[in-house]
Ligand binder design. Structure first.
Ligand code: PMP
Length: 381
């Protein structure tokens, strides 16, 4: 048997797989994984069907179907006031995770350092490590999960190649504010540090707070890879289709990696999305609709013993339980799934060192009746 020296020796089965299997086994309401349990748009499904029937079933352009890239450019100008070239700055790829991995691979060399805030989406650290680079972890400040910019300044070395951002944030529901942008600008000014901005939840912003996209700020955009996911925008996480927006030179490097990894992305869905993306209401109303779900869930959870955190955006809200139990997060999450029939995710799963503040993540992009059933059960915990 040949042996492999693992590039990712620390990676094993994640808590997400464990919790999803448990949810199935115990017939629990699944507030664990981040996906909607309600249907996506019928019209978008019909548009895909139509594209297939019209014969859009072969490879499309490596960088993405041009009318879709044009529609994305138009959307970016409308939302963020930035003019980007569909030819040189937008690449359509199979999902947000792929966009992130490809950006990292385009830039990182062995020994480079990447500043990454924790808790974070679980692909970031393995993606950095697989490229031979070093994740430099800066914890978000508990309990607000804001960025400690002083800690960022102290973490910068001559080897710092990139800072990774994620707003709205998974798992915390925190978002970047104007003051964060000012601090970031000041830190990266006159450096060669890139920014990777994971903005897959760009439309899921609540309470009229504007989304602080890197695309709003030309001086930040010029050093950024900005990653998006149609799965999050259109309630179809299983589609795995997204895009990366980056200045021409950065996009050229991104495309070199993309070209020999995947080459081109699902054609009929791109054809459908090129039409659907022009229907602005379909994405402009999303924040309001998701906010109603957050509000419903938080109202129902008032009767529980959990102390709910604020959520300013994303699919997620956190709940603390340290005042009524000292059980580790993973143990209580498993126990609640088995005994109370609700699956959640322990926030410790989003830290490499397993930081345990006694907090669980609840996903609220679910039907109202799902949230009601889950909250009723959680109120008995
Ligand atoms: N970034 C974050 C923060 C996410 O939560 C997710 C999805 N869970 C992604 C990226 C990935 O999006 P996609 O499914 O399009 O790969």
């Amino acid at each position: 048997m040949l042996s492999i020296t693992s590039k990712l020796p620390a990676v094993g089965t994640t808590i997400f797989t464990t919790m999803s299997s448990l949810a199935l086994e115990y017939n629990a309401v699944n507030l664990g994984q981040g996906f909607p349990d309600y249907p996506m748009s019928d019209r978008l499904i019909s548009l895909v069907n139509e594209a297939m029937k019209k014969g859009y079933n072969q490879y499309t352009h490596m960088n993405g179907y041009l009318p879709l890239r044009e529609a994305i450019a138009e959307k970016i100008t409308g939302l963020y006031g930035l003019s980007v070239s569909p030819d040189r700055e937008i690449t359509v790829v199979p999902g947000g995770t792929y966009a992130i991995y490809t950006s990292l691979t385009a830039v990182l060399h062995p020994g480079d350092e990447v500043i990454v805030f924790q808790p974070c989406y679980d692909s970031y650290i393995p993606n950095i490590v697989a490229n031979g680079a070093i994740p430099v972890q800066v914890p978000l400040q508990y309990p607000d999960y804001t960025i400690n910019w002083q800690a960022v300044r102290q973490s910068i070395t001559p080897r710092t190649k990139m800072i990774m951002l994620n707003s709205p944030n998974n798992p915390t529901g925190s978002v970047l504010r104007e003051a964060d942008i000012a601090a970031l600008r000041e830190i990266v000014k006159d450096t060669n540090i890139f920014i990777l901005s994971d903005e897959v939840y760009e439309h899921l912003m609540f309470d009229h707070t504007p989304h602080q996209s890197m695309l709003r700020y030309p001086d930040l955009y010029e050093r950024s890879f900005v990653c998006f996911s149609f799965g999050k925008t259109y309630n179809c996480t299983g589609w795995k289709i997204g895009y990366c927006v980056a200045p021409a030179k950065a996009s050229a490097e991104f495309r070199k990696v993309h070209q020999f990894n995947c080459f081109s992305t699902d054609t009929p869905k791109q054809v459908a999305l090129a039409t659907f993306l022009k229907e602005k209401d379909e994405y402009l109303h999303l924040g309001k609709a998701m906010q109603q779900k957050r509000d419903l869930f938080l109202k129902l959870m008032r009767a529980s013993r959990f102390k709910m955190h604020p959520s300013a955006g994303s699919y997620f809200v956190l709940g603390s339980y340290g005042h009524f139990s000292s059980e580790p997060e993973k143990d209580i999450a498993i126990r609640i799934t088995k005994e109370s029939g609700v699956a959640t995710i322990p926030v410790s799963a989003f830290y490499t060192d397993g930081t345990d503040n006694k907090v669980l993540r609840f996903c609220f992009c679910k039907k109202d009746e799902t949230l009601e059933k889950a909250a009723e059960r959680l109120c008995k915990v």
